[in-house]
Write a new protein. Structure first.
Length: 440
């Protein structure tokens, strides 16, 4: 699976000081497979791999990261940039009514998304919205939209018998102008596959209505097939954006990359449920994490990058490695590091479910972090560096100063001792000894 592949990537690069052409070969292959498994189209995968390679080689590895983490970080960044980097908003800056034309295959989610969009515009943007359906082939589809209009509080423009799509569109636009609607959403008919008659029909509508947004609606579950559909629609129409639907299914998000790559147009919304509230604005960074399938581990990496003072981190690592000279000041610094990263609970949120469970069992919560800091703050420098001088009277003074009990001071000191022992063990006997130590 994906997460497995990426942790393999991290392992592959263990112990490397710098990312080089030769040591990232295997990692690149894993990423390539991971992307294909996520349903990203082959040409997109190739392009992405080339970019990652270029960015990764010679990449400086921060002391707070392993080379594997740094590499995955590069992959993540490139995924984001291939999806357009920043989130892009719906454009409504035109003389009202702003026309939004919905295009896409049958079943992609055009009608549902029209309803969701109407709700979003009414509730979030306080707009007056008119809905119209040009799907004259399926009376049920028109009724479906009418129902959505009722549910969202949008106005609905009814179709007269025998009207052609162009006539319906023109009449609706005229009505929207007269009734001061801010937005006119035009739902259209789709076909099961790319079809010339359909393309001609929607092109004519586009020319006639001159929409500010022409949104290509595509089903994320289509995976690789989304590429061909996206290509056909972007060649026939001046698309302005994409709505990627059905991401609540087991779609792995690869379509997001492919569609952006092929059309060159930003994804503006995602459909995440059948119901009317199931519409979200699109965030490239979140989608990149989804494609990598790693929860928000990457967020954690970024957090570390931001909050670590490189020099401090190096010094601390050195001490942790040697176990020498590690005192209560360093112990406090470790806890402060944790706090900078948003505390234990924020860190737990970002870990994948399994890891998070394990971390919770260790039982370090934010209160403990704060208390630890308070206790160490109440110690003199001498006490921090030489904790063995801490006898009963000093402990009582510290406890009073920190507003805790003497037992808590003792607990902290024994935690510190354990941490120190652990470091020594790691240093002497390596991991296996440490594991034995933990069991016993
Ligand atoms: P259209 O032919 O393009 O108009 O597609 P519809 O809007 O009629 O949607 C086709 C089916 O997909 C319907 O059953 C919708 O309820 C469903 N659907 C649309 N968007 C989503 C979504 O984001 N999530 C889920 N789970 N279902 C969706
Ligand atoms: Mg429809």
């Amino acid at each position: 699976n994906l997460t497995g592949r990426l942790s393999d990537v991290i392992k592959t690069l263990k112990g490397e000081a710098r990312l080089t052409e030769s040591n990232i070969q295997k990692a690149l292959r894993e990423v390539r497979l991971a992307l294909l498994e996520a349903d990203v189209a082959l040409p997109v995968v190739k392009d992405l791999i080339a970019r990652v390679k270029e960015k990764a080689i010679g990449h400086e590895v921060m002391s707070s990261l392993t080379p594997g983490q740094a590499f995955v970080g590069v992959v993540h960044q490139e995924l984001i940039s291939i999806m357009g980097g920043e989130k892009e908003d719906l454009n409504l800056s035109t003389t009202p009514p702003a026309v939004i034309l919905m295009a896409g295959l049958q079943g992609a989610g055009k009608t549902t998304s029209s309803g969701k969009l109407a709700k979003w515009l009414i509730e979030q943007k306080k707009k007056k919205v008119l809905l119209v359906s040009c799907d004259i082939y399926r009376p049920a589809a028109i009724h479906q939209l009418e129902l959505l209009a009722t549910q969202t509080g949008a106005d609905f423009f009814p179709v007269q018998n025998g009207q052609k799509p162009g006539e319906i569109g023109a009449a609706a636009l005229d009505y929207a102008r007269k009734h001061h609607h801010d937005v006119l959403i035009v739902d259209t008919a789709g076909r099961l596959g790319i079809d010339e008659a359909m393309m001609n029909e929607i092109s004519e509508l586009e020319t006639l209505l001159n929409p500010i947004e022409t949104l290509f609606v595509v089903d994320a579950m289509q995976g690789q097939d989304a590429v061909n559909t996206a290509k056909a629609f972007s060649e026939a129409l001046p698309l302005t954006g994409v709505v990627l639907t059905k991401l609540d299914g087991d779609a792995r998000g690869g379509a997001a990359l492919s569609v952006k790559h092929v059309t060159g147009k930003p994804i503006k919304f995602t459909g995440i449920a059948e119901k009317l509230t199931g519409l979200e604005t699109f965030h490239p960074d979140r989608m990149a994490s989804r494609i990598l399938g790693m929860g928000d581990v990457l967020g954690l990496i970024e957090e570390a990058q931001r909050s670590t003072d490189e020099h401090e981190a190096k010094k601390l690592m050195q001490k942790v490695k040697s176990g020498k000279g590690f005192d209560l000041n360093d112990f406090k610094a470790q806890f402060q590091q944790m706090k900078k990263m948003g505390g234990m609970s924020a860190m737990l949120d970002k870990l994948p479910a399994q890891l998070s469970q394990a971390a919770q069992n260790v039982n370090v919560d934010d209160k403990v972090i704060n208390r630890t800091e308070a206790i160490i703050n109440s110690m003199t420098q001498q006490e921090r560096v030489k904790p063995e001088i801490l006898k009963a009277s000093r402990k009582r003074r510290i406890a009073a100063g920190a507003g805790v009990s003497v037992q808590e001071v003792n607990r902290l000191l024994s935690q510190f001792d354990q941490a120190k022992k652990m470091m020594k063990m790691m240093n002497k006997g390596g991991m296996s000894k440490m594991m034995r130590g933990l069991k016993g």
